[in-house]
Ligand binder design. Structure first.
Ligand code: ATP
Length: 233
């Protein structure tokens, strides 16, 4: 579904992604792992074309989306949830969801407000509350739910477990597993190996903008030296 081929991305003169390649199959949940500053966010932004790769290509369902505007990339069915929460604080939860509504898309799960409230019961209970009344974890969930209202076929979640209470982290993991069971393809960027292991089928580890590992979590367990070298655990 997604193929990243030999991507090099820069911020000005700073060379951040260096010959990065990996692919994601339909229905897979892939965790992008790596320390702070490894290049996980830049990888997501390079997929969304918020950072345009200086060379290399990004293919989505076989179509080259390199250099396409981020707005068009989203229209093609890529949903991106950045690390910083993006909700409308003065709108209610329900209104926030309505703002995200897009037409159903072929080959992607179709979400309704009711289905999302089933998935996020905390949001359902507070549907008439304004965004600003929510906790950090709830804002994170609302951002994800609003992105799903766009009916993406591929969801990119940047550090969904970051800065939220442990009990909510567990809930978040179960929720991501439910997306998967609906046929959604997901890439998550994570520093939390425990969380990644629960939700993802495969780990792609990056360091210094280069891929260092791409295999199952079982394979990662067999190589503790890889974990010790590239992850903070
Ligand atoms: P984090 O967990 O901190 O978000 P990350 O793995 O997502 O880490 P990136 O945010 O992709 O890493 O950052 C990769 C490198 O790019 C870091 O060295 C960072 O300092 C640098 N960087 C990120 N954004 C910019 C920017 N706008 N301008 C210049 N350098 C940047």
């Amino acid at each position: 579904m997604l193929e990243i081929n030999a991507v090099h991305s820069f911020y000005g003169k700073a060379h951040i992604l260096n010959d990065l390649s990996f692919s994601v199959g339909k229905g897979e949940v892939v965790a992008l792992l790596g320390r702070n500053g490894a290049g996980k966010t830049t990888t997501m932004k390079s997929i969304m074309q918020l950072v345009r790769p200086r060379s290399g290509t990004v293919l989505f369902n076989g179509k080259d989306i390199t250099g396409v505007s981020p707005h068009k990339v989203a229209q093609l069915g890529l949903g991106y949830v950045p690390e910083e929460r993006r909700i409308f604080t003065d709108l209610t939860i329900l209104e926030n969801l309505e703002v995200g509504r897009q037409k159903p898309r072929e080959g992607a799960p179709v979400w309704t407000v009711d289905a999302l409230f089933d998935l996020f019961p905390n949001l359902s209970e507070r549907r008439a509350n304004r965004g600003k009344a929510l906790s950090g974890g709830e804002q994170q969930m609302l951002t994800i739910a609003r992105t799903l209202m766009g009916n993406p076929s591929l969801l990119l979640l940047d550090e969904p477990s970051e800065g939220i209470a442990p009990v909510i982290v567990e809930e978040m993991a179960q929720t991501i597993l439910k997306f998967k069971s609906q046929g959604l393809t997901v890439i998550i960027s994570e520093q939390n190996l425990h969380f990644a292991k629960i939700v993802a089928d495969r780990a792609v580890i990056i360091e210094g903008g280069q891929k260092k590992f791409d295999d199952s979590f079982d394979a990662l367990e067999q190589q503790p030296e890889v974990r010790d070298a590239y992850l903070s655990v």
